[in-house]
Design a protein around this ligand. Structure first.
Ligand code: MLT
Length: 246
C-alpha cells in the first residue's frame, strides 16, 4: 500500500515498524536538511526543542570540530543559533564537514514522530526523483507512507505537492497500474500534476507560503520549489535521530 496520511499525529507505531516512510516539510525544514547534506554537512541531527539543541551543541563542542545550531520558531531564526531555517544559508562554505543540529516548529517534530519507521527518508521537491528511486526497490514488500508535516496539526499544500512529486516519479518510473495507491496518494499525485509547471506560484498560495512571505522569506519559496535541484537521498538513522546522505 502507498499512502499519504493527513497528519503526523495519525501515525501508528505498529504500521511504522513495517514501513518505509517519507517525512516532508517542503517549506522549509526538509528543503533545509536536503540542502545541508547536498552541500557537504556530515549529518543533520533533529530535535523537538531549542533547549535540546543548545545543550547538545555545548556537549559536542569539546569533541566535534564543527557543530552548527540551526532552526526557527515562528519562521524566524532562534536567538543564539548559528543559522535560521533558510536553505540558502546552508552554503557549502558554511556546512561542509559540519554536524548540523536542527529544530523547527513542525518539520523536525514530524521526523521525530516517525522515527520508529523501518526506513525513514526526508523528502522535498529538491530531491523528489532521487527519493522515488530510493523507495522503488521495496515498493512491493513494504508499506510506503508519506507523512506531510503540515502546520500545527493542519495539512499544508506544499507538503502534499512534495508527496505528489515523489508519487509522480514512482508511477512514471514504473507505469505499473497494480501499484496500490490509496485515494490520498492519488490526491497528492493529481495535485502535483496540476501545478508541476508552476511550482513557485503554487507554493505561494498555501498558508506555509503566505507565512514565509509575511515573515520576509519569500525568496526561500523559489529555492524550495526547484524540483530535483539537489538529487540526493536523505535517510534518517536513530540514536541519536539524524539525517545523512543515503
Ligand atoms: C517548520 O518546521 O514548521 C517549518 O520549517 C517552518 C519554517 O519554514 O520556518
Amino acid at each position: 500500500m502507498i499512502d499519504v496520511i493527513m497528519s503526523p499525529s495519525l501515525l501508528e507505531a505498529s504500521l511504522l515498524e513495517q514501513a518505509q516512510v517519507v517525512v516532508l516539510d517542503v517549506l522549509r525544514a526538509s528543503s533545509t536538511m536536503v540542502t545541508a547534506l547536498a552541500n557537504g554537512a556530515v549529518e543533520v541531527r533533529l530535535f523537538d526543542s531549542v533547549e535540546e539543541v543548545t545543550a547538545t551543541r555545548a556537549a559536542l563542542r569539546a569533541t566535534t570540530p564543527r557543530v552548527l545550531a540551526g532552526g526557527e520558531r515562528g519562521c524566524v531564526p532562534v536567538p543564539g543559533f548559528d543559522l535560521g531555517n533558510s536553505p540558502a544559508q546552508y552554503r557549502p562554505e558554511v556546512v561542509a564537514g559540519a554536524t548540523v543540529l536542527l529544530s523547527t516548529t513542525n518539520g523536525t517534530r514530524a521526523a521525530t514522530a516517525a522515527a520508529a519507521a523501518q526506513h525513514l527518508y526526508i523528502g522535498s521537491l529538491l530531491n523528489a526523483q532521487a527519493t522515488a528511486e530510493a523507495l522503488l526497490p521495496a515498493i512491493d514488500d513494504r508499506h510506503t507512507l508519506f507523512v506531510p508535516a503540515g502546520t500545527d496539526g493542519r495539512a499544508s499544500l506544499e507538503d502534499w505537492l512534495g508527496a505528489g512529486a515523489i508519487l509522480w516519479y514512482i508511477f512514471g518510473g514504473t507505469y505499473r497500474g497494480d501499484l496500490s495507491f490509496t485515494d490520498t496518494a492519488w490526491m497528492a499525485y493529481h495535485a502535483f500534476a496540476a501545478v508541476k509547471d508552476r511550482l513557485p506560484a503554487a507554493l505561494r498560495l498555501g498558508s506555509g507560503g503566505l507565512n514565509l512571505i509575511q515573515a520576509g522569506f519569500e525568496e526561500d519559496i523559489d529555492w524550495c520549489a526547484a524540483i530535483n535541484s539537489r538529487p540526493i537521498v536523505a535517510e534518517a538513522r536513530r540514536d541519536p535521530l539524524r539525517v545523512v546522505r543515503g
